[in-house]
Design a protein around this ligand. Structure first.
Ligand SMILES: Nc1ncnc2c1ncn2[C@@H]1O[C@H](COP(=O)(O)OP(=O)(O)OP(=O)(O)O)[C@@H](O)[C@H]1O
Ligand SMILES: [Mg+2]
Length: 383
């Protein structure tokens, strides 16, 4: 069962955490990314330096793998198509990756498969968008999303006024989405193996700070009704089955103020919204990925405890060798689990690690999370 070599395109923190869980079973794993000092390189000696966006690098890397998977979508899929033709197992399949990488094709897929999502239109670039506003094909407010290459909110612009057209509009092939009146943003991770078995994790809620307009923390289980939880989980299974994905699918959803659940977008890989599963669930999303793509029985997604996950981001004013301030105070608290990715240099808002807090009591869970949020800071001695 573990004779096969798994190759992962991308050697960042998601790769690192996958490698850590694979090591429990002595699975043979290798990575492709630009620099051995990246997070996965610290825990996996089979790290090939190269560019996962480059055809030759991916093709060559694939030669020494039996199963290939990803920790990032922006990989060279032409090489993956070729490797698949030559008999390699690729999860998620390159056909699905081509759809998901393009937010326009992804949205069309939802319409074709009767999956609820916000209404949208296509646009070529800035001039076309201005024409479409003048022709009343779209009206303020709307959300512009670059079809390709966006991540962590880059490639997304909320256009509310004529000034926003001047300052925020991107000149790139895009989709223009109706602005959803969001009550909550939810995430559901679902896994599927080659046999078609599925398991789904309890929903995660992204809790926003109104003040900073940023996700403040992620909490699971989400603060939603039992019916909404069931609906979200059922929808996530429908989405993974429609895409026919083997592996993981992180499904980002909006719960609208009218009470409807809409799909925002998906990622066919481990996801930020599943970090807590390492400490809070019977099976982490990383172990689940290995199980799913090796066609093993999927693991239980039951939660051991309610959890809050905080991303450890570089403080805005620091650029330089990283220092974690307040670790000791936080480590002294029961249920505080700190994960440092091992990046040498901090930059403003760079994802440097995360903290999962587990506690059976929701009040003390929140109290501990607030403490960690205030105490633990990612800084540098060079300003
Ligand atoms: N149609 C919409 N209506 C209202 N808000 C939206 C809409 N689409 C996106 N947003 C807001 O913008 C955020 C980022 O959008 P999206 O997830 O599509 O982009 P992204 O660049 O892939 O982000 P990330 O990598 O952080 O997931 C969403 O989490 C949501 O807060
Ligand atoms: Mg998103």
């Amino acid at each position: 069962m573990f004779k096969k070599t798994i190759g992962i395109l991308g050697g960042g923190q998601l790769g690192k955490m996958t490698a850590l869980s694979a090591q429990n079973w002595d699975v043979s794993l290798q990575f492709l990314d630009q620099d051995k000092t990246f997070p996965a390189g610290k825990v996996c000696p089979n790290f090939q330096e190269g560019d996962f966006k480059n055809y030759d690098d991916v093709y060559q890397f694939g030669q020494s793998c039996d199963i290939i998977t990803i920790e990032i979508e922006s990989v060279n899929t032409e090489a993956l198509h070729q490797l698949k033709k030559e008999g390699k197992t690729i999860h998620p399949s390159p056909e699905i990756l081509d759809i998901i990488k393009d937010k326009g094709l992804q949205k069309e897929f939802y319409i074709q498969n009767n999956i609820p999502t916000s209404p949208f239109i296509f646009a070529e670039g800035k001039k076309d968008i201005i024409d479409k506003i003048q022709n009343h094909e779209i009206s303020f407010p709307f959300v512009q999303k670059a079809r390709k290459g966006g991540y962590d909110g880059k490639g997304v612009a909320v256009i509310k006024t004529s000034e926003d057209i001047e300052n925020k509009l991107m000149d790139t092939p895009s989709i223009l989405e109706e602005m959803v009146k969001i009550d909550k943003e939810l995430g559901v991770i679902v896994a599927r193996n080659e046999k078609g078995d599925t398991v789904v994790y309890p929903t995660v809620e992204m809790v926003f700070s109104e003040e900073a307009n940023l996700v403040e923390y992620l909490m699971s289980p989400a603060n939603i009704t039992k019916e909404q939880e069931e609906q979200a989980q059922k929808l996530a299974i429908k989405v993974i089955e429609s895409f026919n994905v083997c592996g993981l699918l992180a499904v980002e959803m909006f719960l609208s103020q009218e009470g409807k659940i809409l799909i925002n977008e998906v990622a066919p890989r481990p996801h930020n919204s599943g970090h807590h599963s390492i400490d809070a669930c019977m099976t982490s999303q990383y172990e689940q990925l290995i199980r799913a793509i090796s066609n093993m029985p999927l693991g239980s997604t039951t939660m051991r405890s309610p959890a809050i996950m905080l991303n450890l981001l570089g403080e805005p004013e620091y650029n330089g060798p990283v220092y974690y301030q307040g670790m000791e105070e936080c480590l002294a608290i029961e249920g505080v689990k700190i994960h440092i990715y091992g990046k040498k240099v901090t930059k403003p808002f760079r994802k440097m690690g995360h903290v999962t807090i587990i506690d059976q009591n929701k009040e003390s869970l929140l109290k501990k999370a607030r403490f960690v949020q205030q105490k633990l800071k990612v800084i540098s001695n060079i300003v």
